[in-house]
Design a binder for this molecule. Structure first.
Ligand SMILES: [Fe+2]
Length: 146
C-alpha cells in the first residue's frame, strides 16, 4: 500500500465530494458524513490552519475506527482482522505524517488526507458495508446478540 509519505500531494485525488454510501445505520452514516466534511474543509485551508486542525482530524479518525472495531468484536464478525488491518494501515499513514505537519511540513500530511479520501471510497462500500449489514441483522426483530 502506498503511504502518504511517498506520494507528492498532486498524486492524490480530491474528487470525493459527494455524500458517502449510506447504510441506514445512523451513527455510522453520520460519522462518515462528518469525516468527509472535515476532509473537504481541511483541503482548502492554509498551512497554519492545517497544522492546527490535523491532530484533531487524526484523533477523530482514531475514535471512529475504534468504535467500529469495538462493534466488530462484539458482533464477532469474521472480517474483523481484515477490517482492522485496513484501519491500521490508514492510521499509520496519518500518524507518520503528524510530526512533520506539526513542524510545518504539511505536504506529506496533506497527501495523507488525500489518501484517506481515496481510501474511504473503497473502504466504506466494502468493509463498513459488511459491518453495517451485521449491525442491522442483529437489530432485526428476532435477532439475538451472541
Ligand atoms: Fe471501517
Amino acid at each position: 500500500m502506498a503511504t502518504a509519505a511517498n506520494l507528492p500531494p498532486d498524486d492524490v485525488s480530491h474528487g470525493l465530494d459527494a455524500s458517502p454510501v449510506e447504510f441506514g445505520v445512523a451513527a455510522m452514516d453520520l460519522a462518515h458524513r462528518n469525516l468527509l466534511n472535515e476532509l473537504s474543509q481541511l483541503r482548502d485551508v492554509c498551512d497554519q490552519e492545517f497544522v492546527r486542525c490535523y491532530p484533531a482530524l487524526v484523533a477523530a479518525v482514531e475514535r471512529d475506527f475504534r468504535e467500529e472495531e469495538n462493534l466488530m468484536e462484539t458482533l464477532g464478525l469474521s472480517s474483523f482482522r481484515a477490517h482492522l488491518e485496513q484501519h491500521a494501515r490508514m492510521l499509520a499513514a496519518l500518524h507518520c505524517t503528524m510530526s512533520g505537519a506539526c513542524g510545518g511540513d504539511t505536504a506529506p500530511a496533506r497527501a495523507a488526507v488525500g489518501l484517506l479520501r481515496e481510501w474511504m471510497e473503497f473502504h466504506i462500500p466494502s468493509m463498513d458495508r459488511e459491518l453495517a449489514a451485521a449491525m442491522q441483522a442483529r437489530s432485526a426483530p428476532g435477532a439475538t446478540m451472541q
